[in-house]
Design a protein. Structure first.
Length: 394
């Protein structure tokens, strides 16, 4: 097929042209291309982007499938323009084995919608102590380990994990929250563990990825660590740049919604290249669980619209810069052959309408999680179609 006369945007280009897709791959980019199937976008406000990749997603499968399962989660992903997700291990049971990870990955693949990588926990049952399940892992056998949802409080345990992962080329995704501060000062909880992990990164010569960075102090420390040459990467969520705590009535999420100065610091870090990826921390919960205080919100289906409205419309980022954060860099971090509109890459593509405005209605979500503080918000920029390996999946 050929997608014609459409604005083609990735981190390296932004122009109007045609893309031809053949055998699952991007075969040709140019002007005046032809094939059996042709879709002409001349005169529209649509743009063709490399489909997004989300480094931080909770599908709750197995064990918590009343909140989400691999099928509803995959549908939510493609509706949001995503064709690849990195799944967190805080399921029931916690994912600590290759067998469980492979089972989840197989069941996601069977939906035919997206690619999923399932991460393993850093410690058994996310208890922050026993990491013996990491020892038998071979070099490059898995991409990431994480205890997301919790921080590893014990410095000695964390140092050991750094060393084990360094030897095996495994990425650490750190949810920085020092539990002794969680009840009293959530800013200190994030900052203290971020500083600790940077120190361990320096000491061990290891590598670390910081999840959902939300404070000015943490992002500034990460900027300094990068300038120093440490192997540090980080992600920011759409929700932490879309609103302050006050604006969403302190809707419960970990880390919490922050202050205006934090939002400004995160956006500045996106502009300067300190932020590597935008990740949703898609955290579906039932209405009842939310009422009982479960933190988090559904993220996949609103991410592009929130980011376009809050970052591109006001002129903080170009669409190219947004694509780099939502697709190019996270795809490279997951070692995928996608993330650019480039000949030879997988034809994982997303078509968005950058002018379309709409009101957020959680009833429309494919996700089982209808939990969002953004219901009723007017957003601009909407995902219209998603292709996975050349096949229309949304
Ligand atoms: O708000 C959150 N919810 N933050 C996390 O780190 C975990 C997530 C969840 O699993 O619900
Ligand atoms: Zn987390």
């Amino acid at each position: 097929m050929v997608i014609k006369n459409i604005r083609i945007v990735d981190d390296t280009q932004d122009f109007i042209g045609d893309v031809r897709v053949e055998s699952c791959k991007i075969a040709e980019i140019g002007h005046g291309l032809h094939d059996e199937e042709e879709y002409d976008y001349a005169g529209t406000s649509c743009a063709l982007l490399p489909a997004f990749t989300d480094l931080h997603v909770h599908f709750r499968d197995p064990g918590l499938t009343h909140k989400e399962d691999v099928v509803t989660g995959s549908h939510a992903a493609v509706r949001g323009g995503y064709t690849a997700v990195n799944l967190m291990p805080n399921t029931k049971p916690v994912c600590s084995s290759l067998e469980q990870a492979q089972d989840v990955q197989r069941r996601v693949a069977a939906t035919g919608l997206i690619f999923a990588n399932q991460t393993l926990s850093m410690t058994k049952n996310l208890e922050g102590k026993d990491f013996s399940h990491l020892l038998p892992l071979k070099k490059n056998e898995i991409l990431f380990v994480t205890d997301d949802g919790r921080g590893v409080d014990d410095d000695v345990v964390m140092e050991q994990i750094f060393l084990i992962c360094k030897e095996r080329h495994i990425g650490i995704m750190s949810h920085t929250e020092k539990s002794e501060y969680s009840k009293v000062d959530m800013r200190k909880a994030e900052n203290a563990m971020t500083f600790r992990d940077i120190d361990l990164c320096r000491k061990t010569g290891g590598r670390i990825h910081f999840c959902h960075v939300s404070t000015k102090e943490a992002i500034e420390a990460i900027a300094r660590a990068k300038a120093e040459g440490l192997e540090v990467t980080c992600e920011v969520t759409p929700h932490h740049i879309a609103a302050t705590g006050e604006e969403v009535n302190h809707y419960r999420v970990n880390p919490p919604f922050r202050e205006k100065e934090d939002v400004e610091a995160l956006i500045a870090a996106m502009q300067s290249g300190v932020v590597d990826a935008i990740s949703t921390d898609h955290a579906p919960h039932t209405a009842e669980d939310k009422q009982n205080g479960s933190p988090g919100m559904t993220g996949l289906e609103l991410a592009f619209s929130l980011c376009y409205t809050k970052l591109v419309v006001p002129g903080y980022l170009t669409l190219s810069q947004l694509v780099k954060l939502m697709s190019t860099t996270p795809s490279a971090m997951m070692k995928l052959n996608k993330g650019r509109v480039q000949v030879g890459m997988d034809a994982d593509l997303t078509i968005v309408d950058t002018d379309m405005k709409y009101i957020v209605d959680p009833k429309e979500f494919a996700s089982k999680g209808k939990n969002t503080p953004f219901a009723g918000w007017q957003l601009q920029g909407r995902v219209l179609h998603t292709y996975r390996a050349g096949k229309l999946v949304f």
